[in-house]
Design a binder for this molecule. Structure first.
Ligand code: ADP
Length: 611
């Protein structure tokens, strides 16, 4: 559960680039976001000007003896103006969220697509997964960088424009007052920020603590652990872990709050110094008769406003800097180089009615971080239309071999060839179109049976074909019994009326899905692991019908199940230990014959005991 610290790196994208990126995204996804932002800046500046001038303007009118009617009109205009600006601002703020959410959703969609479409080895690479998780954190909620940056940008612009206006005004009256306010506000900001940044500097520590708490919570809720939690009584252990990490997080949080308190105290002290000195200067000018009462009130208001804008500009700039760093991590994920070729690879259309040859030429493969090769110098040619069985002990490398053939990994050494051509040159997504597969760990989405078999939205599914495949996979009768037949939802995670199929039924459904894809090469990795013996034998008998003339690779730990294949490979010690037909290997009397003998004795003994 420990998260290793990663080396600090410079962000690939700067603040200006990230702001421009967000503006471009808004332009593409929802232009209203930009219009609302501009409206909010205008309202913000207008509100600050009205607040600044309202009292001095009225005072000035009183001073020059304006008629009561004119005075009332002036007050009315200011009041109306302020009400209108406030109403428009509230309206824009309330509605800003919709467009901003759609821009954030667009970014979430792109990040999900990046993960779904990246080269397969990335999906098993802890560093890549960590970067994806980190990137997605900036899109988690309205308060995270991917959305909150709009508030920061509009506020920064509002504060900056107001700052310039106040600066011009104050410099006219008393340049020293402006300079003093600016220097003390900046000092207060930087000193406060230095103290406050403690939490930011310790964000990795905070992230690691939160990650541990989230991990314990997610494991407690994970359906896959539900049985283990009960059988092994894991609940107290999980509760204890949660309590431990909560306490550690509380300590961290309390420490960060103490830093905030110091920053606030410093801020108050410097504000006292700044305003006191500025007001002193203004009072001095007024006493010397160099300022009228209206001017005095105007500058007096401007002093506190000016400090507020200076601090605001710095604060928002700091916030924008942090949000920009987070956005940079999001954009950097899309730039991670892909080991496989996709759009830039050679197109490889599927040739219908063509029998493909697959070849592994001197292939070695080592998992990242492993100290030895899982497969070493393997040479194998799968002939057009051949039905190949791969057997071997657990961990021998059967699945790895399949993954290399399917193009999920590139060999560490050697080549995988399709019809004599190295597959690395092709668009890998085109290559995947050549394979139908049932993997040991399969996935179903919480859609209908038809959707899962056809792998498309319900209305697009070709129902006669779906039923044909369900029939071939031997699961059609079960689906007919379901309340809504092929329109029944699978699983109860999303739909309350969903059904849970047994492991064997699910495996057959996955077989139907593989048949429905109708690809020229079929790969089945232990497709009978969850089937009962009758269903298993039924599948063997129909294997030729199922795979037709396709080139097929069939992995099994049951040696007897390979009889119907043209050739059997026994994988051992990282290579092909033996190969031939089932009979040839038995007659050879080698490892295969030995393992077969052990298995058949076990089954016969088991069968006799049953009888
Ligand atoms: P089989 O299918 O024959 O049971 P596998 O091909 O799944 O065997 O695994 C072969 C070896 O490679 C095993 O020692 C296994 O621990 C290792 N291995 C499998 N997958 C990975 C992985 N993603 N990362 C590291 N090692 C792996």
């Amino acid at each position: 559960m420990e998260q290793p610290e990663t080396k600090k790196q410079m962000p690939a994208y700067g603040m200006a680039s990230n702001c421009a990126f967000m503006v471009r995204r808004a332009w593409q996804e929802c232009r209203g976001v930009l219009a609302v932002a501009a409206g909010l800046v205008l309202c913000g500046v207008a509100a600050s000007l009205l607040e600044l001038f309202v009292v001095p303007a009225i005072l000035e009118a009183v001073e020059r003896g304006a008629a009561p009617g004119a005075l009332a009109r002036l007050i009315l205009w200011f009041t109306l103006g302020m009400a209108l600006v406030r109403a428009l601002r509230n309206y824009l703020e309330t509605n800003a969220i919709f467009g901003r959410i759609s821009v954030r959703s667009g970014l979430c969609r792109d990040l999900h697509m990046t993960f779904c479409r990246t080269s397969f080895p990335h999906t098993e690479d802890p560093d890549y997964i960590k970067r994806i998780k980190k990137a997605s954190r900036c899109l988690d909620s309205n308060q995270d960088a991917g959305e909150a940056i709009w508030t920061t940008m509009t506020e920064l612009l509002t504060y900056f424009i107001s700052f310039v206006i106040y600066l011009l005004l104050l410099s006219q009256a008393e340049p020293w007052t402006a300079a003093l306010c600016m220097v003390l506000s900046a000092a207060s900001y930087f000193a406060g920020e230095r103290i406050r940044s403690w939490r930011y500097r310790h964000r990795e520590e905070e992230g690691a603590l939160l990650h541990k708490m989230e991990y314990v919570v997610s494991q407690s809720k994970d359906m896959k652990l539900a049985k283990d939690i009960r059988i092994f009584g894991l609940a107290p252990w999980l509760t204890e872990l949660y309590g431990k990490y909560t306490r550690l997080y509380q300590d961290f949080y309390a420490k960060s709050q103490r830093y905030y308190l110091w920053a606030d105290l410093l801020d108050t002290a410097l504000a006292f110094l700044r305003n006191g000195a500025a007001y002193g200067l203004l009072i001095n000018l007024a006493l010397r008769g160099e300022l009228s009462a209206a001017q005095f009130v105007l500058y007096f208001t401007a002093v506190s406003g000016f400090s507020q804008w200076v601090t605001g500009v710095f604060t928002k700039f700091g916030e924008l800097h942090r949000q920009s760093l987070e956005l940079s991590t999001l954009r950097e994920v899309a730039d991670i180089p892909e080991p496989f070729r996709f759009g830039d690879g050679r197109p490889l259309p599927v040739k219908r009615n063509h029998l493909y040859t697959l070849e592994l030429r001197d292939v070695s493969f080592r998992y990242p971080g492993a100290d030895h090769d899982t497969l070493s110098h393997v040479n194998l040619t799968i002939r057009p239309g051949e039905k190949l069985a791969v057997v071997g002990k657990n961990g021998a490398g059967k699945t790895t071999l399949i993954k290399l053939l399917c193009g999920f990994y590139d060999p560490t050494q050697g080549q995988v060839l399709l019809d004599g051509e190295d597959i690395r040159q092709y668009d890998r997504r085109d290559y995947y179109k050549h394979f139908s597969a049932v993997f040991q760990q399969f996935s179903v989405l919480a859609g209908t049976v038809a959707e899962n078999v056809a792998q498309t939205a319900g209305e697009k599914a070709d129902l006669p074909q779906v039923w044909d495949c369900l029939e071939k996979a031997g699961v059609a009768d079960k689906i007919r019994e379901l309340p809504q037949r092929e329109n029944t939802h699978l699983g109860r995670e999303v739909y309350l009326d969903g059904v849970d199929l047994s492991g064997g039924q699910m495996q057959r459904l996955m077989l139907a899905r593989a048949l429905c894809k109708n690809a020229p090469i079929v790969v089945l990795d232990e497709p009978t692991a969850a089937l009962d013996p009758i269903a298993e034998s039924d599948l063997y008998q129909r294997y030729s019908d199922l795979t037709g003339t396709c080139t097929s690779v069939y992995i099994s730990h049951r040696l007897a199940s390979t009889r119907f294949c043209d050739r059997v490979l026994l994988i051992e010690n990282g290579g092909i230990a033996e190969e031939g037909t089932h009979e040839e290997l038995l007659n050879a009397g080698g490892r295969y014959a030995y393992l077969f003998d052990i298995q058949s004795k076990y089954y016969t003994k088991g069968a006799m005991e049953d009888e």
